[in-house]
Design a protein around this ligand. Structure first.
Ligand SMILES: Cc1cc2nc3c(=O)[nH]c(=O)nc-3n(C[C@H](O)[C@H](O)[C@H](O)COP(=O)(O)OP(=O)(O)OC[C@H]3O[C@@H](n4cnc5c(N)ncnc54)[C@H](O)[C@@H]3O)c2cc1C
Length: 418
């Protein structure tokens, strides 16, 4: 195991759409940095193969410094089918695009995991799973949603053979030959139910909601409807359009309002438009059913349900998948040292951020979904990569230039090969 100690100006933790976009902008500005993580990691291992993205293709590009490599140009050059909004974007194509982006703009991603982050004097000390310790003037955490999986407390005691979170799949092979229940009503629940059913596995869906909601199918919007409810990269309507375009304005709102906006009603559980016909009428669905308890019996899992009239029902299966979402809570990040956590002010579990995405711990920044309670719901989507990438790269380039000798014309680009 390597046990070296090195220094760097900026350490970017995470190589998903947010980390890759930021690294591309840092590189273009000649800011010394290193980036860690598995390129497009959760997209490759935690989302089911065959999934279709819910966001419009035109709103699903990473941010590059010259705005020259969006998803559309990637598909055009490779003669791949593409339409801004009339066709869905398959997960595999988005992964290919992200990896092509990484090869072109961020060639030196280091595939290692941050295991500890501690305060130093004028720097943060980051320790990785290969034993290397890096002293970084700035650390930008862009680790996405997957560390924040949410399971209902009723399931806490279940063994992993009987229960999992939707964020585990990847491949569905482990479910072959089993009888499965999916709990939830959002896009992960409907995507998984459709894909499991199409694999020939017996599956049913249990939801608290009285109805499953799906996004509208692709259609041309009239001038009137575009005026009343303008379309944005994260949904329809003036509120979401403003959030999508001006994330920096959201910070000016009160904490309560910011949290409400970050969890905007219109962004509640919603299946993708293209999955509706693959679920409705095909997969047995128990609507208006809440979970009262979960038991195990003879190697099976039993869900003890109650409907909206109070009538009880029990259903059982070999495995239950909780598609119950994610909730950002930095206290769950094992790598954050106690001293850092004590100094970090939080808004509903997420770090309170300055205009430069900096937490109340100097030098520690968060971007991506963990920034949503400060910069609004756009941070929950790939569409939100542009503002932090452009803004933070400019800011870090300016503040770190102060540490450079006056005669040095261009800071060293110390990216390291994988
Ligand atoms: C099922 C599902 C479907 C979605 N569909 C869409 C969609 O259609 N459109 C859309 O815009 N958004 C969608 N999202 C939201 C989207 O996933 C996030 O907004 C986006 O991935 C956030 O990007 P990110 O770069 O912050 O994190 P991620 O893409 O999650 O990448 C996280 C990175 O952090 C790294 N990492 C994690 N922990 C560590 C560590 N300790 N040390 C080092 N590296 C680490 C990982 O290896 C990875 O490189 C979906 C989310 C889910 C769960």
């Amino acid at each position: 195991m390597a046990r070296s100690s090195t220094s760097v100006d900026v350490a970017v933790i995470g190589a998903g759409p947010y980390g890759l976009s930021l690294a591309a902008h840092l590189r273009a500005r000649g800011v010394e940095h290193r980036i860690f993580g598995e390129p497009m990691g959760p997209w490759k291992t935690n989302m089911p193969l065959g999934m279709l993205l819910k966001s419009y293709p035109w709103a699903t590009s990473l941010s590059d410094p010259k705005s020259e490599f969006d998803l559309k140009s990637f598909c055009t050059v490779r003669a791949l089918p593409y339409h801004d909004e009339l066709m869905p974007l398959p997960l595999s194509r988005f992964i290919d695009y992200g990896e092509a982006f990484q090869a072109r703009y961020v060639p030196a991603v280091e595939r290692k995991t941050l295991i500890a982050l501690e305060p130093g004097s004028g720097f943060l000390r980051a320790t990785f799973d290969d034993g290397e310790t890096v002293r970084a003037r700035r650390v930008v955490v862009s680790i996405g949603l997957h560390p924040f999986k949410r399971l209902p407390h009723e399931a806490a005691h279940l063994p992993v053979e009987l229960c999992s979170h939707s964020g585990k799949y990847g491949s569905l092979e482990a479910l072959d030959g089993k009888e499965v229940i999916v709990v939830g009503s959002g896009s992960s629940a409907s995507d998984l139910a459709a894909l499991i059913h199409e694999r020939g596995i017996e599956v049913s869906l249990v939801a608290r909601q009285p109805k499953l909601h799906f996004a509208d199918g692709p259609r041309r919007h009239s001038l009137f409807s575009r005026t009343v409810a303008p379309m944005s990269g994260i949904g329809h309507g003036w509120t979401l359009a403003t959030c999508a375009k001006y994330p920096q304005l959201i910070r000016l709102l009160s904490k309560d309002l910011r949290v409400r906006v970050a969890n905007h009603r219109a962004l509640g559980p919603l299946g993708g438009a293209f999955v509706k016909d693959r679920v409705v009428g095909k997969v047995p669905v128990w609507l208006s059913h809440a979970i009262r308890g979960v038991e195990t019996h003879n190697g099976k899992v039993m869900l003890d349900l109650v409907d909206s009239d109070g009538a009880p029902r029990s259903i059982r299966a070999d495995h239950v998948i909780f598609a119950t979402g994610y909730k950002v809570d930095v206290n769950r990040l094992g790598f954050l040292n106690e001293a850092l956590l004590r100094r970090m002010q939080l808004v509903d579990g997420a770090p309170e951020l300055s205009a430069h995405y900096e937490t109340t711990v100097p030098g520690l920044h968060f971007i991506g979904p963990a920034a949503a309670n400060s910069f609004g719901p756009v941070c929950r989507f790939v569409y939100g990569t542009h503002h932090p990438a452009q803004h933070l790269a400019r800011h870090l380039s300016a503040v770190l230039a102060r540490f450079r000798p006056a005669l040095q014309l261009r800071p060293l680009d110390r990216t390291v090969s994988p």
